[in-house]
Design a protein around this ligand. Structure first.
Ligand SMILES: [Ca+2]
Ligand SMILES: [Ca+2]
Ligand SMILES: [Ca+2]
Ligand SMILES: [Ca+2]
Length: 299
């Protein structure tokens, strides 16, 4: 899910790669092609201060993705990525230590301030949100505990209020949504259960109606979209089937038309982009192959 789809601003998202020995490389995107490649950025791994990047988000509202990671002591750190180089965060950036029974599940904007927040999960099932502003924790806290049979399957703004909501999947394959306002659950409930043959692959606003949708993958490789309106499935259908050698790696708006697109990764490491308009693939193609030791940062 891109900030663009939440703010209505046309923003072309770049691709951030995390590779061997902690190197980061950016692909600057221009619609269906890679416009250029940033210089490799190193220096994230320092002796005695291992920093594992987890995912990206915009934690200061400048429209540029930053990287959030954790040090071995559990402390959380945000590093800026501006113009292909690491930028500092002034007095922000280092968010303090959290015990290692908590993991960061994803980043999303839960309080509609245009800056991504952190969603945490405890091994005991507990859920917490940190709302972030200018690289600092400014609010949030413990949200609740639905039990460990419920797994966080993603986040998206399913009711179109500008705040990200939490998408849940139960071990019995039930689906549920918590609509959120910062660290508080404001509503939600159960969604249709498509059965165990369908896995949630991604969320994003693929039809540009201002509400995020759910992208499903069948065991046969089929790709299906549900257009969402809160907890109701308001439309959608079959997108296609690229075969099980291809996995959905990432969704974002790569051509700046306000609709999220699908980035595929092949079993050989190859990258293919599908530019989307609802369930229709309207463009894109093969982007290249950085090699299987490189991964796109994010969830
Ligand atoms: Ca926020
Ligand atoms: Ca929402
Ligand atoms: Ca939508
Ligand atoms: Ca798009």
């Amino acid at each position: 899910m891109s900030l663009a789809s939440r703010t209505g601003l046309p923003v072309i998202e770049d691709v951030v790669w995390w590779g061997p020995r902690g190197t980061v490389i950016q692909w600057f995107m221009d619609g269906a092609s890679v416009l250029g490649t940033g210089n490799p950025v190193t220096g994230l791994i320092q002796t005695g201060n291992f920093f594992t990047p987890l995912m990206t988000g915009d934690f200061n509202g400048d429209g540029q993705d930053d990287i959030v990671g954790r040090r071995v002591d559990g402390s959380v750190e945000i590093r800026g990525l501006l113009g292909g180089a690491f930028a500092g965060f002034g007095s922000g950036g280092l968010l303090g230590a959290v015990s290692l029974d908590w993991t960061i599940s994803l980043t999303a904007d839960f309080n509609r301030n245009g800056q991504d927040d952190l969603l945490w999960r405890n091994t005991d099932g507990g859920v917490a949100v940190w709302t972030i502003e200018a690289g600092r924790v400014v609010g949030g806290g413990f949200v609740g505990n639905p039990g460990t049979a419920w797994q966080i399957a993603g986040a998206g703004d399913f009711n179109g209020d500008g705040r990200a909501d939490i998408l849940w999947r139960h071990t019995d394959s039930s689906v549920a949504i918590w609509t959120m306002d910062g660290g508080a659950v404001t509503g939600g409930g159960l969604v249709t259960n498509p059965g165990p043959d369908w896995r949630i692959q991604a969320t994003g606003d693929f039809n540009g109606d201002g509400r995020d949708d759910i992208l499903w993958r069948g065991t046969d490789g089929s790709v299906v979209l549900w257009y969402m309106n809160g907890t109701s499935v308001a439309g959608g259908g079959l997108v296609g089937n690229p075969g099980n050698a291809w996995n959905v790696d990432h969704t974002d708006d790569y051509n700046g038309d306000g609709r999220d697109d699908l980035m595929w990764r092949g079993s050989d490491g190859g990258v293919v982009l599908w530019l989307m308009n609802g369930t229709a693939v309207i463009g894109g193609g093969y982007l290249g192959n950085p090699g299987s030791s490189w991964n796109i940062l994010d969830i």
